[in-house]
Write a protein that binds this ligand. Structure first.
Ligand code: TMP
Ligand code: ASP
Length: 253
């Protein structure tokens, strides 16, 4: 097998040097972690599903004019992306109370929020991704006020669009996390959506039953994690070409 230079290895993905300058290959692992990687597992087929789901969502977003790092999917586990300078923030949008918001503010999980809320976390594992405000972000120069303006506008558009898209397939988009990067084209810089959008980074609940179809199944030991991811892929009308025979998803079309 051809050896490639690893640019960065994260908990769930690896970035390899791309085929041409300014590109990278994003590889989706089956590794699954939670609580700062204190909890870990290898869930067979998860990477394949996330690669496919993220491809689909990024392409839909591109179609409505949201700039992203995504170029194309290369194979079951890899996609070609544009190399960007990652902004060290986890941008969370919430529509319904859950997770850390419920824990921190004592709001019952499942309660619809009066309006969508955007939060920022400083992307730093050693510090456990602390909650930060726009003041911290601009004071420490993680992003400029103009960058943040673009990030907020994009996040609102992404939330509106994805909420509708998931609603159409019987899923409530409770909350999700985004990452953004700076894409340099000559001397011009644009903020683009980066990383992934998948059941690893979203809370997705069945509209009828509120059944969790996301990584909370792993965090909370509910079981059926890849089955839930596969259900999301099925409802979106997508499924990997050949994940059969691995206890993974079955092609239905
Ligand atoms: P939280 O309620 O734990 O703050 O999570 C909010 C959303 O962000 C949820 O959809 C899961 C996602 N998320 C990540 O993608 N990565 C993380 O490290 C954390 C903590 C949350
Ligand atoms: N991804 C984070 C971790 O590995 C946390 C999470 O998603 O719950 O710790």
């Amino acid at each position: 097998m051809k050896r490639r230079r690893t640019i960065y290895e994260g908990k769930a993905k690896i970035l390899y040097e791309g085929p041409e300058p300014g590109t990278l290959v994003q590889y989706f692992k089956d590794d699954t972690t939670a609580f700062d990687a204190k909890k870990r597992a290898v869930l067979e087929g998860k990477g394949v599903l996330n690669n496919r789901i993220s491809e689909y969502l990024m392409m839909q977003l591109q179609a409505i004019g949201v700039p992203t790092h995504f170029v194309r999917r290369l194979n079951m586990r890899e996609q070609l992306i544009k190399e960007v300078e990652i902004i060290p923030l986890e941008v969370v949008a919430r529509n319904v109370a859950a997770g850390s918001l419920s824990a921190r503010l004592g709001i019952q999980e499942g309660q619809p929020l009066p309006r969508s809320i955007i939060e920022y976390y400083y992307k730093n594992d050693q510090l456990h991704d602390p909650w930060v405000s726009e003041e911290h972000i601009t004071a420490f120069g993680w992003a400029s006020p103009q960058d943040l303006d673009d990030i907020v506008n994009l996040t609102i558009r992404i939330n509106d669009f994805l909420s509708g898209l998931f609603l159409g397939v019987g899923i409530k988009l409770v909350d999700f996390k985004l990452e953004f990067g700076r894409l340099w084209e000559n001397e011009f810089m644009r903020i683009v959506l980066a990383d992934e959008i998948s059941p690893d980074s979203c809370r997705l609940w069945d509209i009828q039953t509120n059944e969790k179809l996301d990584k909370d199944r792993f965090r909370r030991d509910l079981g059926g994690v890849t089955e839930a991811y596969s259900e999301v892929a099925k409802r979106l009308g997508i499924l990997p070409e050949s994940a059969q025979g691995s206890g993974g998803p079955v092609l239905v079309r």
